[in-house]
Design a protein around this ligand. Structure first.
Ligand code: SME
Length: 167
C-alpha cells in the first residue's frame, strides 16, 4: 500500500517536487495506462490544494473522451479546437486560463470552476489527450503549475502503455 504524504504547508515549488517524486514511486513497475491515469488524478487532487477537478481526457475517434478523474461528474466528449481542453489539444501547448468566464468557448462542467490549466499529452509526436485541472479560485495557476504539471505528464507518459487509451 502506498502512503501518500501530505503536501500541507509546502510552497508551490515544493508541492510539485513532492508530488513528482511520489508519482514516480507510485507508477514505477506498472505499465497499465488506465490504472496510471487513475492514480495520477488521485495524487494531484489530493496533493495540489485549492482544486475541484483533476483528470484526463483521451483522444478517441477524433474527439476528447473523459478518462480517469477526481471531482464532480464531468462532460464526456469535447471537440478539438473548442473549450480549454480542445484548444490545448489542438495547439499541443499548455493553456492557462486565469478566469474561465473570459475564455471564449469554455465548457462549464462544474460551475464552481473559476480558473483552469490544461496540459496536452503528446508521445512520440502523437496527441494522446490532455490533463485538465480546475480550481474554484481565480488565477490559481501560474508558470510554476505549468512546469510542474508538464513534468507530471512526462512521468505519466514515460511509465504508461498508452495503446488502449487513445484510439
Ligand atoms: N472546462 C473544460 C471542460 C472540461 S471540465 O473542466 C472537466 C474545457 O473548457 O475544455
Amino acid at each position: 500500500m502506498f502512503e501518500v504524504k501530505s503536501t500541507a504547508g509546502l510552497s508551490k515549488t515544493e508541492v510539485y517536487r513532492e508530488l513528482t517524486t511520489q508519482l514516480d514511486a507510485v507508477l514505477t513497475g506498472e505499465r497499465d495506462g488506465l490504472a496510471n491515469a487513475a492514480n495520477t488524478a488521485a495524487l494531484l487532487f489530493a496533493g495540489l490544494g485549492d482544486v475541484n477537478w483533476a483528470g484526463f481526457y483521451f483522444l478517441r475517434g477524433g474527439e476528447l473522451v473523459l478518462g480517469p478523474f477526481q471531482g464532480k461528474v464531468a462532460c464526456v466528449r469535447l471537440q478539438l479546437g473548442r473549450g480549454v481542453c480542445g484548444t490545448a489539444a489542438q495547439r499541443r501547448a499548455t493553456v492557462v486560463v486565469p478566469d474561465v468566464e473570459k475564455f471564449p468557448g469554455h465548457v462549464a462542467c462544474d460551475h464552481a470552476s473559476r480558473s483552469e490549466i490544461v496540459v496536452p499529452l503528446v508521445a512520440a509526436g502523437r496527441l494522446i489527450g490532455v490533463l485538465d485541472v480546475d480550481s474554484p479560485s481565480l488565477a490559481r495557476f501560474d508558470g510554476t503549475d505549468t512546469a510542474g504539471l508538464e513534468k507530471v505528464v512526462q512521468i505519466f507518459l514515460s511509465h504508461s502503455d498508452l495503446s488502449s487509451l487513445a484510439v
